[in-house]
Design a protein around this ligand. Structure first.
Ligand SMILES: Nc1ncnc2c1ncn2[C@@H]1O[C@H](COP(=O)(O)OP(=O)(O)OP(=O)(O)O)[C@@H](O)[C@H]1O
Length: 717
């Protein structure tokens, strides 16, 4: 593929004619390569350019082209381009060629002689869109400004005072709808509401309010409420809200079991006693089946948060088992006299952004005569859950080759201001892509200082080092600014690292810009403070995922902006798909204007230099090169997991792999695309089946296999 770089060899030696035989003995390389070079040197196969590349690699002593010849070649190429309707590019030596040359002690042309062709042969945009289609709307998830108060909704005493102290003065719409229903009517609820609208307090406040009425209740009284969440991060988030609430009544003890830490310490926590338990389903079932003292007889409330994700991750069977166990061991009727103020039957609450088939099924499993508390019920016009009204949603259509520089440009622009500091999240489709982009943006970055963060049970304080050289999950980003720290988060990191990274990102002090590179593991439920921008660098796998990702900003009435990167062509239609979910409309921005914002007046030159530096680094650093290959490969495989119903928009077959590879700093499409073929860290990625299958076919085969195995790695964890 000729999508790489313009190669300008400038030497004094005479140029060979097309059929000129290459002189010199061919040594080095495999027999196939020597044979190819020999045939090529006789003008029997391949192009003249290939001949020269091969000859150079294999220690021949060929004549090399002069500058004049290179110029003539350029003119010829341009003439051909005009015939074909676009400029043709020459590519420089491949990374493999560079490595082979290095191994053989050769020098291929100095890197400075490359001129990138980042801005040529790019596809044009198919949709002509108006730049401005956004109308600013009032915040839709903000606390109410009418006369509604928490007190009026049934919150009283210490809890009410505590809320005031925490500066929660007015409830949100969803809280106004949920609180009285849980406090007075004791009915099962299906709750559907916008991101950042305060659902956690909506279900947590009634539980606390009721438990606080039981005088003798303490941690030994048993578990009264169970909250299930699909991810450890979300469970931790809910737990921290419960912890904050429990400060006004410390005899009510929240606890958490989510795995990722020693089961022994979780068991010890359960043994000590917990009244409100937050858990991920798998780990909880494990404890139910294997931990003594797991007393579920008193459970009065079961909350299933992010129901659609619980089902998507395949927790149906696990949840069914948990609920069956709770029902079978329930002693509610026997303890009603002891706890007269608590519900006389179990109350179940299912929160979900959508009411898709699988959520309805979860509703059938978990709810009885449930009342629906939906967007419509809380005063919105349609039943469809939308993004917050105040969110500024931008659409950025970028040709594949320009994706990396465009991301760099958006981030440069965000992190430029030295007076106003920002917190940004960037979503990628898979862990490997997060790793590559983190490595790229933090190249030569400095480590964060060690910081103390409280452990989950808040009893110990542990010193967490922010990674070693290869394991760092937070570094400065010299490619952006010295004042910018980039963090990474994905499901392939250990739970301890995930927890400490999130804590560090959340608590990062004033005076620096922070950027979190993450997978969808951070899309749901996380209430990270003051996220000003969410960037969807890779498109979401479903519209709900999009709403959850962008919902990390514009929370509780605050402003926020999100940028969705799309490729020219079929992906551009995705803007139409999501437009009805954005009541304020979409703002289309051009990649040229983004590049001007990030790189300034000489944007083409500076963006090219910026990108060339990445490419050169990958040529020099085998580990980084492997990360790029791995990131690219996983990215394409993840792309193939887009829903069948969205195949017309996100079809892996329409991807221009070579151009996409360029956005991973690679000068050519990696040839060995199978996961098995690429041994991490060996720099070779040698496949046993070399040569037979072309790169594209193999990529598509791997992608197909990936779809079949329905791996969750690329979607979520
Ligand atoms: N009544 C309120 N007044 C002010 N802020 C509130 C109020 N209720 C909740 N919040 C704040 O709003 C933010 C979002 O709340 P929460 O995390 O519960 O949202 P959510 O609806 O669960 O969102 P998501 O669907 O994204 O998980 C939190 O920072 C929370 O402290």
């Amino acid at each position: 593929m000729d999508d790489g770089l313009l190669l300008n060899f400038a030497t004094d030696e005479p140029a060979p004619t097309r059929k000129a035989k290459l002189s010199g003995k061919i040594v080095g390389g495999s027999w196939k390569e020597r044979r190819k070079a020999q045939l090529a040197s006789q003008g029997r196969v391949g192009s003249r350019k290939k001949t020269i590349d091969l000859a150079k690699r294999l220690e021949t002593t060929p004549s090399v082209p002069t500058t004049e010849d290179a110029e003539a070649r350029k003119v010829r190429a341009l003439a051909n381009d005009r015939k074909r309707g676009g400029p043709k590019e020459f590519k420089g030596p491949s990374s493999k060629q560079m490595r082979l040359a290095e191994k053989n002690g050769e020098t291929i042309a100095p890197t400075d002689s490359y001129v990138s062709s980042l801005f040529t042969s790019n596809p044009s945009l198919t949709n002509e869109v108006a730049e401005e289609a956004f109308t600013e709307l009032a915040p839709s998830n903000a606390p109410l400004t009418d006369a509604t108060t928490f007190e009026g909704l049934g919150i009283e005493g210490q809890l009410l005072k505590h809320l005031e102290a925490l500066r929660f003065t007015n409830p949100t719409k969803i809280q106004r709808a949920v609180l009285p229903r849980l406090l007075e009517r004791e009915t099962d609820l299906f709750v559907q509401a916008q991101t950042g609208s305060g659902k956690t307090l909506a279900f947590a406040l009634p539980i606390f309010q009721k438990l606080m009425t039981v005088k003798d209740l303490d941690r030994q009284s048993g578990v009264f409420a169970l909250i299930l969440a699909p991810t450890r991060e979300l469970a931790t988030q809910i737990y921290s809200v419960l912890e904050t609430l429990s400060r006004c009544c410390n005899r009510i003890v929240p606890g958490i079991v989510i795995g990722g830490e020693k089961k022994k310490s979780e068991k010890a926590r359960i043994r000590k006693g917990v009244n409100i338990l937050v858990a991920t389903p798998g780990r909880l079932l494990d404890h139910i089946e294997n931990t003594q003292n797991m007393d579920l007889a008193n459970i009065r409330w079961v909350v299933l948060d992010e129901g659609d994700k619980l089902m998507e991750l395949g927790f149906e069977e696990t949840i069914t088992k948990i609920l069956t166990k709770i029902t079978n061991t329930s002693a509610i009727s026997a303890t009603t006299r002891i706890y007269p103020t608590l519900p006389k039957q179990r109350i179940n609450v299912l929160c979900s952004a959508t009411i898709k088939d699988n959520v309805q099924k979860l509703g059938e499993i978990s709810l009885q005569d449930a009342e629906m508390v939906s967007a419509a019920l809380v005063g919105d016009e349609s039943e469809q859950i939308s993004a917050p009204g105040q969110l500024l949603q931008q659409i950025l259509v970028v040709p594949p080759k320009l994706r990396l520089v465009s991301l760099g440009s958006v981030l440069k622009n965000i992190t430029r201001n030295e007076n106003q500091f920002t917190r940004t999240m960037v979503f990628f489709s898979c862990s490997d892509s997060v790793d590559f982009h983190f490595a790229t943006f933090t190249k030569d970055g400095k480590k964060l200082l060690k910081r103390k963060i409280p452990e989950e049970d808040d009893e110990k304080v542990t010193e967490i080092a922010q990674g070693g050289d290869d394991d760092s999950t937070a570094l400065t980003a010299p490619l952006l600014s010295e004042n910018t720290y980039v963090y990474k988060l994905h499901g392939s990191l250990s739970q301890q690292v995930r927890t400490s990274t999130l804590a560090a990102f959340t608590k990062a002090s004033e005076g620096k810009h922070t950027v979190l590179f993450c997978t969808d593991v951070a899309a749901r439920g996380l209430d990270l403070p003051d996220i000003s921008t969410v960037i969807e660098y890779d498109p979401p796998f479903a519209i709900e995922d999009h709403l959850h990702r962008v919902g990390r900003t514009a929370r509780a009435g605050n402003n926020g902006k999100s940028v969705l990167f799309l490729l020219p062509g079929t992906e551009e239609q995705y803007a139409d798909r999501i437009s009805s979910y954005h009541p304020a409309g979409l703002q289309h921005i051009s990649f040229e204007s983004v590049l001007v914002d990030g790189f300034g007046k000489k944007w083409e030159v500076d963006a090219t230099t910026w990108h060339l530096n990445v490419e050169r680094w990958l040529l020099e650093d085998t580990t980084a090169h492997d990360k790029a290959v791995q990131g690219f490969t996983s990215h394409v495989r993840a792309y193939a997991t887009h829903l069948g119903s969205e195949r017309d928009v996100f079809n892996v077959r329409t991807l221009h792999l070579g151009h996409l590879a360029k956005a991973f700093g690679l000068r050519e499409t990696p040839k060995r695309l199978g996961g098995a073929g690429l041994k991490k860290g060996d720099g070779k990625g040698e496949s046993k089946k070399t040569g037979k299958e072309d790169a594209r076919t193999k990529m598509l085969r791997m992608a197909k296999m990936n779809v079949k195995s329905a791996s969750s790695e690329f979607n979520f964890m």
